[in-house]
Design a protein around this ligand. Structure first.
Ligand code: FAD
Ligand code: SF4
Length: 432
């Protein structure tokens, strides 16, 4: 509440423009100041169905807080942490005691909509449609709902039962059904849902879960993982818990290749599993794409950073397991298309890093399965589904948003896309 008093209530609050879903930030903060947390939660709920998640994982420093006027000379208002406080406070109380912040179940309007994927895009789209009376079913390939929030982001950053599940429960509380273990494109397909199951519109929020590899020798050795597999085994198969029978080999010395948030999550997870962990990144620290906060935590926990270093081969022991990674030193050359100086190998500078596990965290692409099994759905050159601003794809009645369209991005952008598509689906089914 003390932090909330720092808000200046600017006439033109730039923080609202900095938030991709335009949460009315000064308004919810003013309710915290007066102690009316129900009212604060009700303001946030108008624009976000995952406040406890976003308060924890949004890159606030480049979004809402990055625009806060107080940040010019000092610390911006801790908007993310205030949002997290409001959401956690609400989740800690029984629904009956949460006053105006509880969404009321809508009167059914008789129209059925299918949502594919239960990540932030799918959950946000489903929540809005349910609030307007649609009969919504989410189909999820994995056995747990939540998308990357469940399988990718580790427990220590986003607690699953205490935080994520509670926000998913809010969505099912609106009447949304979630069917897990259903792979659209394998178990059934979109045409079957529309022609035989009575769904009049479909939203595709299948994310970008297809890992990339470097294409260097040795990537097929035992002990090499994609970050996605490594994190999924930990999060969904609970490899970090001694009482589960699905452990993982984190090794004694682990190298994580990459410099984004996914690399930081994989490295901090490997460290917690007992591995002496090194992050290997081909550019310098200034170009690390991960959030500063994540880099800070990783360093504080004892993770070693090897900058301007690129793997060229993964070396095997006599049993086909990783024994070391051969790397080459890099230097920064001219800026590339992204504006960042591109790394150039230094001839003859190869050296080995001893390790028994390698985790590749090089980015991901959208999975092609849905496009391959749905005639008429076009994809871009980079593998994303072709969709307009509102989420309409190249096939009538089929909408898409989130990482499945843009490629790997952020939770809040995926949520925003899901909400935009919900509006477009509503207009489409009303014949507008
Ligand atoms: P996803 O969250 O990927 O969800 C898609 C869902 O669709 C998945 O559950 C998948 O199983 C399901 N699915 C796929 N294909 C099918 C099919 N054929 N049939 C049925 N279901 C299917 N963003 C941030 O803002 N902050 C962070 O700190 C952050 N950290 C991250 C850490 C990691 C390790 C990763 C991998 C990503 C991180 N991101 C972060 C990015 C963010 O999580 C994603 O941008 C966001 O989750 C995308 O949401 P989505 O709903 O589009 O897709
Ligand atoms: Fe900031 Fe994210 Fe909350 Fe928007 S949703 S106010 S960007 S923390």
């Amino acid at each position: 509440m003390l932090e909330a008093t720092r808000c200046l209530h600017c006439k033109n609050p730039r923080c609202v423009g900095g938030c991709p879903v335009n949460i009315q930030i000064p308004e919810f903060i003013s309710h915290i100041v007066t102690g009316d947390i129900d009212a604060a939660a009700a303001v946030i709920a108008k624009d976000s169905s995952l406040p406890a998640v976003c308060g924890r994982v949004c890159p606030q420093e480049t979004q809402c807080e990055g625009q806060c006027i107080l940040g010019i000379k000092g610390e911006p208002v801790a908007i993310g942490k205030l949002e997290r406080f409001v959401a956690d406070y609400q989740h800690a109380r029984p629904v009956g005691e949460r006053g105006s912040a509880v969404a009321i179940k809508a009167v059914p309007n008789g129209h059925k909509v299918a949502v594919i994927g239960s990540g932030p895009a799918g959950l946000a789209c489903a929540a809005d449609l349910a609030k307007w009376g649609y009969d919504v079913t989410i189909f999820e390939a994995l056995h747990k709902a939540g998308g990357v929030l469940a399988y990718g982001i580790p427990e220590f950053r986003l607690p699953k039962d205490k935080v994520l599940q509670k926000e998913i429960d809010e969505v099912t509380g609106l009447g949304v059904k979630i069917e897990t273990d259903v792979i659209i494109g394998r178990t059934t397909d979109i045409d079957d849902l529309m022609e035989n199951e009575g769904f009049e519109a479909v939203f595709i929020g299948t994310g970008a879960g297809l890992p990339r590899f470097m294409g260097i020798p040795g990537e097929n050795l035992s002990g090499v993982f994609s970050a996605n597999e490594f994190l999924t085994r930990n999060n969904l198969m609970k490899a970090y818990r001694d009482d589960y029978l699905t452990p993982i080999h984190a090794g004694k010395k682990c190298c994580v290749v990459g410099g984004g948030n996914v690399a930081m999550d994989a490295a901090r997870t490997a460290l917690r599993l007992g591995a002496d962990t090194t992050i290997v990144y081909r550019r310098s620290e200034a170009e690390l794409p991960a959030r500063k906060e994540e880099v800070h935590h990783a360093k504080e926990e004892g993770i070693d950073f090897r900058m301007l270093t690129n793997p060229v081969e993964i070396l095997s022991d006599e049993n086909g397991w990783v024994r070391a990674m051969k790397c080459i030193r890099m230097e920064l050359g001219e800026p590339d298309a992204s504006g960042r100086r591109s790394p150039v190998p230094v001839d003859g500078s190869e050296f080995e890093i001893e390790c028994d596990t390698v985790i590749m965290a090089l980015g991901t692409s959208p999975n092609p399965l849905i496009a391959q099994t749905t005639p008429g759905l076009e994809r871009t050159r980079r593998g994303g589904l072709v969709a307009d601003e509102a989420g309409a794809t190249t096939r009538k009645g089929i909408f898409a948003g989130g990482d499945a369209v843009t490629g790997a991005a952020t939770v809040i952008l995926a949520m925003g896309a899901g909400r935009k598509a919900a509006e477009a689906i509503d207009a489409y089914l009303k014949g507008e």
